[in-house]
Design a protein around this ligand. Structure first.
Ligand code: IVH
Length: 678
């Protein structure tokens, strides 16, 4: 840099700093104090001005500039980093008696000491740790397994309630821990948008928060309107903090963190219980989800005295609220027809707010379920969600049952094609037997056939399949391989959306490529009832080719590992149908893989069960698993007494290691493994 430009940039640098300071202050007032000091336009104008200057003078841009809040940097991968101080979890309970026991035990252990408790909200989100040095945010890491987490600093900077620079007086080096939560209104709005854009909505605010922190594009994360609530401060040895947890959080608030205003110092069990009772009700008025109350010993000097159990401190405990239950009117029942013809009744409910989402539908499983619950027309149903994703019908709200209510009459005909339903003996579900004439079954089978784990023809989405079906080009899966280019071009509702040259070529190329999909996936793709991915693999290995499988007697099918009698029966019924055999023959002539690729004959790992953990140099995880199987070994997901080896890569989970050591399972490296199979 020459002398002139050095002189020139100084006023620019100063102006940029002023803009940054002002934007930080406005952000803080807006998000922490609910105060809007300037109009949105003015705020945006200043932000744009700073962004422009940063583009012009990149050497003057600060990594903690408020422009980072808008995002824009792309996360290639999230680096794994070890926590300086482990991120512990808390012992938790649903029972007030156990809270009483915790209090009594703590008092006893702290015999004669003067102390108090803090009670605070237990946020239902994602735990992260923020490292600050000299008042500047240097790193944000997810909890991960407690020892190692993902570096999500870039995305964390987009969260307005995470201070990038601290105010006033602060420790030189410390970590602020807290929870990233997704406020309900922002969550609902985002999910509605997702649905409108054709994406699967997130199941709940916690999952959505977690997914958002792992977004590749930080500008996307900025749009998510996440919130960080700080609940814990810790520092390496030698750094002085305040003597109480309460005092530390007060202090953190002054530094610029969002700390819950509801934290309360309690002196005895009665005050603790009153706090719990209050929030058990009041939690529904909060703008974000909480799933319990955390009780901590307030005087931090006593923490060492109380110590830790295996994975959680003895000076704190979490009380978890019971599963939330609501009652809501049953408006109607829809009957869905699956690809195998199974009918699933679904309750259409009057929309009701439950555990962070609006519930509109819940499965009624099958006719037996409806009968067992005694559901009548016009009933109100009790819906529960136990911190989990899927709402469940747990009963009828009998207090609201009207006199003379009539039991639900289950349908007798298929809602799609009108065919009389059948019920197989010993099974609870009803089926539509019209497999070749019932629209959702036909489309469902096609969708299954092309799906990722089956033939993986990803250019054939549901809309395309409908189009091909509607045009009479594809009635069953074998027709896919007869498609010709000239039939495809111009197909579609209107000219703009119709299939053009390139679309047709891509489609045909994907169809052609699917002919290389291995036999086991072809077996899965056929869509035989009860034959899942694993079952298909076992069948393919056992029978080795389609002819052996097709002609196997039911008793032999049932001998295959993971294939029970019911599945064996379904398989032999499926192949007994002439039209299915025709489809198989057409697929064979089209060139699909109808034989298992014989593995290299050696059984070097026969009889050995191996658990794989971590990442490897020469193989991806799936490759190494396939390699073990190729050599006749068995891969298992968890370590037990039956495990022979733990094949350990880099960044292996510490739990697995501990367990292997405890059970005396031999731990081998990738090198060791290669020697074994060479
Ligand atoms: S304190 C050593 N306080 O609950 C104590 N945790 O198992 C560290 N959580 O994963 C935790 N709200 O993410 C604490 N007010 C709160 C909390 C809280 C939510 C989460 C935390 C942790 C889990 C406890």
């Amino acid at each position: 840099m020459d002398l002139f430009s050095a002189i020139d940039t100084e006023p620019v640098r100063k102006h940029m700093e002023e803009l940054a300071t002002e934007l930080d202050r406005l952000n803080h007032e807006y998000y922490m104090n609910d105060r809007s000091l300037v109009s949105d336009e003015e705020f945006d104008r200043m932000m744009r001005e700073l962004q422009d200057l940063e583009r012009q003078y990149p050497e003057l841009a600060s990594p903690l500039s408020p422009t980072k809040r808008v995002g824009g940097e792309v996360n290639k991968s999230f680096r794994q980093v070890a926590h300086r101080l482990p991120m512990l979890s808390l012992g938790n309970t649903y029972s007030i008696e156990e809270i009483e026991e915790f209090e009594a035990r703590t008092r006893k252990l702290l015999d004669g000491e003067q102390f108090t408790y803090t009670c605070e909200l237990k946020y239902d989100g994602v735990a992260i740790g923020l490292t600050y040095r000299h008042g500047l945010l240097v790193q944000a890491v997810t909890r991960g397994n407690g020892s190692v987490g993902d570096d999500i600093t870039t995305n964390a900077k987009t969260i307005p309630t995470i201070p990038l620079r601290l105010h006033g007086d602060f420790p030189d080096d410390f970590e602020a821990r807290g929870e990233v939560v997704y406020p309900f209104d922002a969550f609902e709005a985002m999910n509605r948008q997702r649905e409108a854009d054709g994406y699967e909505p997130f199941a709940n605010p916690r999952n959505a928060a977690s997914g958002s922190l792992k977004l590749q594009d930080s500008a996307e994360c900025a749009k998510r309107k996440l919130m960080f609530c700080m609940y814990f401060m810790m520092a390496p040895d030698g750094v002085e903090l305040k003597p109480t947890h309460f005092g530390r959080l007060e202090w953190a608030r002054q530094m610029g963190f969002k700390v819950q205003p509801y934290i309360k110092e309690c002196k005895d069990i009665d005050e603790i219980k009153a706090f719990i009772d209050y929030w058990d009700q009041a939690r529904w008025e909060l703008p974000y989800g909480i799933d319990g109350i955390v009780i901590k010993v307030n005087q931090t000097a006593l923490w060492d005295k109380l110590g830790l159990t295996a994975k959680s401190p003895r000076w704190a405990i979490a009380y978890k609220f019971k599963a939330e239950r609501v009652s809501t009117p049953l408006e109607s029942i829809s009957y869905q027809v699956g690809r195998t013809g199974v009918i699933t009744p679904v309750a259409n409910l009057s929309p009701v707010w439950l555990g962070g989402t609006t519930v509109r539908r819940a499965t009624l499983v099958n006719a037996d379920f409806i009968a067992k619950m005694g559901i009548c027309k016009g009933d109100n149903l009790l819906i529960e969600k136990g911190g989990e994703i899927i709402p469940k019908v747990v009963g009828v709200d009998m207090e609201k049952r009207v006199e003379g209510a009539m039991p639900i009459q289950y349908i007798t005909r298929c809602p799609e094609c009108g065919t009389e339903l059948v019920r197989i003996e010993g099974e609870a579900g009803h089926y539509c037997p019209n497999s070749d004439g019932c629209h959702p079954q036909i489309i469902g089978r096609l969708e299954h056939f092309v799906s990722r784990k089956a033939m993986a023809i990803d250019t054939l989405g549901p809309e395309r399949l409908e189009l091909l079906y509607g045009a009479g080009l594809v009635r069953n899966v074998a027709d896919i391989y007869d498609l010709r280019r000239e039939q495809l071009i111009g197909l579609g509702a209107d000219a703009a959306a119709s299939i053009q040259d390139k679309g047709a070529d891509n489609m045909l190329a994907a169809i052609e490529a699917s002919k290389q999909v291995p036999f086991e996936r072809v077996v899965y793709a056929l869509g035989i009832r009860y034959v899942g991915e694993v079952g298909a693999k076992k069948l393919a290995r056992y029978f080795k080719n389609i002819d052996a499988l097709m002609n196997a007697p039911e008793e032999e099918l049932a001998q295959v590992e993971d294939v029970g009698e019911v599945t064996a029966h379904a398989i032999s019924e499926w192949f007994a149908k002439a039209e299915h055999r025709t489809v198989v023959e057409r697929l064979r002539s089209a060139g699909l893989q109808m034989e298992a690729t014989v593995h290299q004959g050696d059984d070097k790992l026969a009889g050995l069960t191996i658990v794989v953990s971590g990442v490897f140099d020469r193989f991806s995880r799936d490759e190494i698993k396939a390699d073990i199987e190729k050599h006749g070994g068995k891969v298992s997901g968890s370590i037990s007494g039956k495990t022979n080896y733990l094949l350990a890569g880099d960044k292996m989970g510490p739990e697995k290691l501990k367990k292997a050591e405890k059970l005396g399972v031999k731990i081998i490296s990738e090198e060791d493994y290669l020697k074994m199979v060479e």
